[in-house]
Design a protein around this ligand. Structure first.
Ligand code: CTP
Length: 412
């Protein structure tokens, strides 16, 4: 790692180009030298003068502007990375195909340093098979994808394709320069195998974490679920292109990028959120540790202590998974079973009772709060063991199984 860190910030034509100014500012603040290179299209969205003033360096635009015409070669030689933000669909296509018809694309082709790419485009452009092919090829060639994120877009539509915020990009670029990989990229990662299942266009609804059932203003009934498994399932689903809605109880985790998150507290709130979202879902995965009971009468004030015994009356909560599975046109349903004993017998019975095609069973004492786990899957064909692994790897293996069954079901 060089002492003074330096990046080339490549800006291409897209409305997200305005965020590049803030990105440059944040990186400069971290002591990183920033040399800006823009495509001609980018100059229609943000002026070179803005970037020049921020970075105190002339902005590179025209490949013919320097007398020796060697900017494209020496431009990347002293850089620790080239960061393209925003990267338009067109520019990604150029990169994937090794085209070099302007200064920035030539710089990228001639580089001898890592390439980081932050896509920014309309959701349909992102979902287009050509873009996905290009992105996959870029990742296979060793580029690091930062995002994209999902949310409202400048065109008025909503979905996956918007560029990450400048602060998120700055954090990821810094992490990269410090030798770590960026966390939580939604993009296809270069370390993923080409035999990955493909869930593009498929909507997955996931519940995660514990629920909290209030007793009074300050006390409640909850459980030790950390939400790690549910969040790992969401992350794994995003990696293979699914649109993910994550209905989450209170957890101390950062949601995976690109997931649409609905935060809830109690089982009833989780139930209401699932009822609202389920019509759009193709697959439902209930990972949440939902409290089976809630207090019949919650007190809005803190209950005062007395010498008498206190009895709390508990009433059953709705069974969210069973409700979804019993819908007239249910999504493909996957349940989890946390058991403390007789794993096989309880899990097989639970699968039948809740009427779900797939149930992932684990020992509660093994799973709760840990970073790794193992699962026993139950489906119509019988039992399948997913050996002990980190929760994200386990979630990826689970999703392979889910996708196989889901696609088989669709063909019928
Ligand atoms: N589940 C749910 N709603 C509930 C209870 C459970 O959606 N009110 C879901 C969980 O998210 C999980 C599955 O049902 O996918 C099984 O949860 P688990 O706690 O193992 O089983 P329970 O149905 O609660 O049965 P028991 O507590 O008797 O084991």
């Amino acid at each position: 790692m060089k002492q003074s860190r330096r990046i080339v910030l490549g800006i291409t034509g897209g409305i997200a180009a305005y965020k590049a100014a803030e990105l440059a500012r944040l990186l400069l603040k971290q002591g990183i030298e920033v040399q800006v290179a823009m495509t001609e299209a980018a100059t229609h969205f943000i002026t070179p003068a803005t970037l020049q003033a921020l970075t105190a360096r002339p902005v590179w635009i025209d490949q013919w502007q320097d007398a020796q015409g060697m900017t494209h070669i020496h431009g990347s030689r002293s850089a620790d990375a080239i960061v393209i933000a925003p990267a338009s669909a067109d520019f990604i296509a150029k990169l994937a195909n090794g085209q070099a018809d302007d200064l920035l694309s030539t710089l990228c082709l001639a580089r001898d340093c890592p390439l980081l790419v932050a896509p920014a485009m309309n959701r349909q452009m992102w979902a287009n098979a050509a873009t996905q092919r290009n992105v996959q090829r870029l990742a296979a060639d060793g580029a690091t994808l930062l995002g994209p994120d999902s949310g409202p877009q400048a065109c008025g539509e909503e979905g996956l394709g918007r560029m990450l915020e400048a602060a998120e990009l700055a954090r990821d670029v810094l992490a990269f320069l410090e030798g770590k990989t960026a966390r939580g990229d939604v993009g296809l990662k270069s370390d993923l195998q080409s035999d990955l299942p493909d869930l593009r266009g498929v909507k997955i609804l996931i519940t995660a974490g514990p629920t909290y059932e209030a007793i009074d203003a300050v006390r409640g009934i909850t459980n030790r679920s950390s939400g790690k498994m549910g969040y790992a399932v969401a992350q794994a689903a995003l990696e293979i292109g699914a649109e993910v809605t994550l209905v989450s109880g209170s957890v101390a985790l950062t949601p995976p990028r690109g997931a649409q998150v609905v935060n809830v507290v109690s089982a009833v709130e989780m139930f209401e959120a699932v009822k609202r979202e389920v019509a759009r879902a193709d697959i439902f995965i209930g990972v949440a540790a939902v409290a089976d009971y809630r207090v019949a009468q919650t007190s809005t004030q803190k209950i005062k202590k007395s010498d008498a015994a206190l009895t709390l009356q508990l009433v059953p909560n709705p069974d969210i998974l069973a409700y979804v599975a019993a819908l007239p046109r249910p999504p493909f349903c996957v349940g989890f079973a946390a058991e403390s004993e007789k794993l096989r017998a309880h899990a097989a019975a639970k699968r039948k009772k809740k009427n779900v095609p797939l149930l992932a069973a684990n020992l509660a004492q093994d799973a709760i709060g840990n970073d790794d786990n193992e699962l026993l899957l139950f489906d119509a064909a019988g039992e399948h063991r997913l050996p002990r692994a980190d929760k994200l790897d386990l979630a990826r293996a689970l999703l392979r199984h889910v996708v196989t069954l889901y696609q088989k079901g669709k063909k019928k």
